[in-house]
Design a protein around this ligand. Structure first.
Ligand SMILES: NC(=O)C1=CN([C@@H]2O[C@H](COP(=O)(O)OP(=O)(O)OC[C@H]3O[C@@H](n4cnc5c(N)ncnc54)[C@H](OP(=O)(O)O)[C@@H]3O)[C@@H](O)[C@H]2O)C=CC1
Ligand SMILES: N[C@@H](CCC(=O)OP(=O)(O)O)C(=O)O
Length: 409
């Protein structure tokens, strides 16, 4: 495939950057991340000026895009939190001795060069860069087009931090324009220089990845998340959890889009609906007979609204809830609300999503909430890294075998 000259250069430079990072010490990576935070703070006004130009041009998602001095400070603090995380590179995961005396260790290694495509949220530029440096990976960033100016301003601060710590700027690069043809170049693997692609986004991105990706993909994709209210749920807890899971922030990938409710729990629905005031409800006929609402269609079960809309389906039991999730879910996050421990454990075992919760809100799907400092996002695929992805999840491993002259019989 014909790469644009810019992208060809980015790919090659990233390879060199990855080598430099791999050779750097943990202390040097920590120093680089700390310096990145310092330069973010120092560049606050130029970042805010760039953000103002993004905001003036953007037609949507203003809240996600908007920065102010407090948010820039929060971004810098997030980067500093990553500096404080344990450096995973070279960490021994397991070690054992064979009867022949061979000593075998499984040791964490960086993946190499990562391409990351993400939404128009400027903080992701800094979070992703910090997590990649912490885990020894070079990264090529492709932010959402609406936050291009902000992301470039953030990137400029980050590379000065890298340089201060003696690391090459090519460790963290940003694609030069918002032209979607460059997304195609990343999907194709940049002439073999990309080791992993991390797309973070919704349906349109998913479809393009499915059609075009030629490198391994660690998808951070849409969240059609479910909350299941079992008939043995505490009604007050159920209303509070459903309210939080849907309405705390409707735009995040971990917000609940479908409420599954036991037929025997339908008497709880009026209180749940009351707690959801301001949210449009779309239910099946049984739910609509209890609380008047628009009837849901087949499309509703598959839709990630990212808006104050909730679909509601009545089920007979947890088995039917789990089947619905298997059919319509996206492998992101699902919760059960019940006081019945046996049913809860069965649900947690059976539902194969990246995050399953018992008596807690799906909005906990977040690296910070899991204690990871920051996150690349919530991985929705089946590979080794599922759920919140931090530095440790961005490593692979190798085996280091120490012998004393053994030869295989
Ligand atoms: N699992 C997770 O961790 C997360 C998932 N998400 C998901 O992201 C979605 C919301 O974000 P939204 O801004 O709408 O995301 P989009 O999918 O619209 O955009 C994300 C990125 O993908 C690019 N993109 C989208 N479609 C294409 C295409 N056809 N070809 C090339 N590039 C494309 C965008 O570029 P451009 O700017 O040019 O459109 C942008 O850089 C939701 O589905 C949400 O669940 C969000 C956050 C975290
Ligand atoms: N995991 C994070 C994701 C937030 C996020 O980036 O969401 P989005 O508004 O879709 O860009 C959280 O829950 O806060």
């Amino acid at each position: 495939m014909n790469l644009s000259p810019d992208m060809h250069h980015l790919g090659r430079a990233a390879r060199d950057g990855a080598e430099a990072l791999r050779a750097a010490s943990a202390e040097q990576r920590t120093a680089a991340i700390r310096a990145m935070a310092t330069h973010l703070r120092a560049d606050s006004s130029s970042i805010l000026a760039a953000n103002a130009s993004d905001l003036a041009a953007a037609t949507q998602h203003h809240d996600r895009l908007r920065l102010d001095a407090e948010r820039v400070e929060a971004i810098a603090a997030g980067v500093e939190a990553v500096a404080g995380l344990p450096d995973p590179v070279g960490a021994e995961i397991a070690r054992w001795q064979r009867p022949n005396g061979l000593d075998i260790a499984r040791v964490r290694t960086p993946i190499g060069v990562i391409g990351m495509i993400y939404e128009a949220r400027p903080n992701v530029t800094a979070d992703a860069a910090a997590i990649c440096v912490r885990s020894g990976n070079a990264v090529i960033l492709r932010p959402g087009s609406d936050c291009f100016a902000s992301s470039r301003a953030i990137h400029s601060a980050l590379v000065r931090g890298l340089a201060e710590a003696g690391l090459p700027p090519a460790t963290v690069q940003i694609v030069p324009t918002a032209d979607r043809a460059l997304v195609g170049d990343l999907l194709a693997g940049l002439d073999g220089t990309l080791d992993l692609l991390i797309p973070r986004g919704g349906r349109s991105l998913v479809e393009r990845i499915q059609a075009e990706a030629r490198v391994p993909v660690l998808g951070h994709l849409e969240g059609v998340c479910h909350t299941y209210v079992h008939h043995a749920a505490d009604p007050v807890m159920a209303a509070a959890i459903v309210h939080n899971a849907k309405l705390r922030r409707v735009s995040v990938c971990g917000s609940t889009e479908t409420l599954l409710i036991d037929r025997a729990a339908l008497p709880m629905l009026p209180a749940i609906a009351e707690a959801l005031e301001g949210c449009e409800l779309r239910g099946d006929a049984e739910a609509a007979a209890v609380v008047p609402m628009r009837l849901a269609t087949e499309d509703d079960w598959r839709t990630e609204y990212l808006a104050p809309i909730l679909s509601i389906r009545t089920v007979s039991d947890w088995h039917e809830a789990a089947s619905h999730i298997a059919r319509y879910g996206t492998g992101h996050t699902e919760a059960i609300v019940t006081e019945d421990r046996a049913v809860a454990e069965a649900f947690l075992d059976t539902v194969d999503s990246a995050i399953v919760l018992w008596n807690a809100s799906t909005q906990y799907a977040d690296g910070g909430e899991f204690g990871f400092g920051a996150e690349i996002g919530i991985a929705t695929g089946k590979l080794h890294a599922r759920g919140p992805v931090g530095p440790e999840q961005l490593t692979s491993f190798k085996y280091v075998v120490r012998g004393a002259g053994q030869v295989r019989p």
